[in-house]
Design a protein around this ligand. Structure first.
Ligand SMILES: *Cc1c(COP(=O)(O)O)cnc(C)c1O
Length: 410
């Protein structure tokens, strides 16, 4: 008789895991309060302003500028740092599309550098080889909520006089050597989209320790006005990227739980890592000891049994899902997405001012390919908000599937 649930055996778990977002009456009240106040937009309001100050301070930054989403936060951060035509920005291919599409939206050129096979973050030892006379910035994407090696990245940037933008969309509250992400680079960008560890459905913020960069971001997000300038005075090229008071009211309320939720995820993830590390063919991603807080937007572990057993990751994931464990395979290499099948002779990549020719679809970055094709297994953040028994269910299910892989072979 089959043991695995996918073959008709009993499931490890019937109960659902915590859903997301987690909310209560106080969130509803926050919305009703803004509604009744009649102050729905940020100009003249208090909620966006209060959240910008609180969140910037939380990240160890001086300025925060709220925007409609994380993609726009990246665009505004890049523009505020002067990234534009024919500038190259070094970025990981193992991330959400916005990390690279934001660069193209500034008419700049994303240059992909492979990931570290053990952390899935950009491999700092491969960055210098990608630096050219056109390179203006490194984007450090803290993937899954695991901070990049910020010692190495800030050192390379200093040596080559490059800007650093941190994509912190998955890394609220994450710390590298007790310092929160967003404060290492020249600017940091966060997302508050529905899946993120702090959410208002949609939303984003640019944070920076540099007041001048903050002022430029503010101008870009407020149709090119300057702080304390006249209403119809638009000296800067910008757009309307303002957040509403409703979003900020929710964020202020949700933010009260961020530390407790982050601590819970860290505790559960450490326990899960302990258990999964003992299973043959399974390897959780490496957590550098300089990572003092991981945001665990995603808990990622590596499935390494494909070569030895012939059972592909897709089968393993289906079997785990059938046991009652929600998990998925995650990204494809960004340069393989349809949008990078772009005409190498058209702007911005084929811009005559750039003077080079890049064909993204010819790229093959080995570690990223392997992670995407064969290895990565993702468990989303809300699953880590349960208790230890939940973690035992996950580990028990992985153990069960791994010791019955033979059932999946035919
Ligand atoms: C979610 C995400 C973004 C974009 O944020 P949106 O608010 O969805 O626009 C950017 N980068 C990464 C790594 C993300 O996960």
């Amino acid at each position: 008789m089959s043991k695995l649930a996918i073959k008709g055996g009993p499931k490890v778990r019937e109960k659902p895991f915590p859903s997301w977002p987690i909310w209560d009456e106080s969130d509803c009240q926050a919305l009703v309060d803004v509604c009744r106040s009649g102050q729905w937009w940020s100009v003249g309001g208090t909620k966006v302003k209060e959240f910008e100050e609180k969140f910037a301070e939380y990240c160890g930054c001086k300025v925060g500028v709220c925007v409609p989403n994380g993609t726009i936060a990246l665009v505004v951060a890049l523009k505020a740092l002067g990234i534009g035509y024919a500038d190259e920005v070094i970025v990981t291919p193992y991330t959400f599309i916005a990390s690279a599409s934001s660069v193209l939206q500034c008419n700049a050129i994303p240059i992909f550098v492979d990931i570290d096979p053990e952390t899935y973050n950009i491999d700092p030892s491969k960055i210098e080889a990608a630096i050219t006379e056109k390179t203006k910035a490194i984007m450090a994407v803290h993937i899954a909520g695991l901070p990049c090696d910020m010692d190495a990245i800030t050192e390379i940037a200093r040596k080559h006089n490059l800007k650093v933008i941190e994509d912190c969309a998955q890394a609220h509250a994450a710390e590298w050597k007790h310092r929160r992400v967003g404060s290492f680079g020249d600017a940091g960008a966060f997302s508050f989209q529905a899946s993120k560890n702090l959410t208002s459905g949609e939303g984003g913020i640019v944070v920076t320790t540099d007041v001048e960069v903050g002022d430029r971001a503010w101008s870009i997000h407020n149709v090119g006005r300057v702080r304390d300038g006249a209403w119809y005075h638009h000296p800067v090229m910008g757009s309307n990227y303002r957040m509403t008071e409703f979003q900020a009211a929710i964020l202020l309320n949700q933010m009260k739980k961020l530390d407790a939720e982050t601590a819970r995820r860290n505790e559960n993830a450490r326990y899960l890592t302990e258990r999964l590390s003992k299973i043959d063919g399974i390897k959780p991603l490496k957590r550098d000891e300089r990572v003092t807080t991981h945001a665990y937007h995603i808990y990622i572990f590596r499935y390494l049994a494909e070569e030895t057993t012939g059972v592909p990751r897709s089968k393993f994931i289906e079997a785990l899902n059938a046991e009652g464990i929600p998990c998925s395979s995650g990204y494809v290499p960004l340069y393989r997405s349809g949008m990078f099948d772009i005409d190498p002779d058209a702007c911005p990549v084929g811009c005559p001012f750039y003077g080079k020719r890049i064909v993204y679809k010819d790229l093959y970055l080995e570690n990223c390919e392997r992670a995407c094709e064969r290895e990565a297994v993702w468990i989303m953040q809300s699953v880590l908000l349960g208790d230890r028994k939940d973690m035992d269910d996950i580990a028990d299910a992985v153990e069960k599937v791994m010791s019955n892989l033979a059932e999946l072979r035919e």
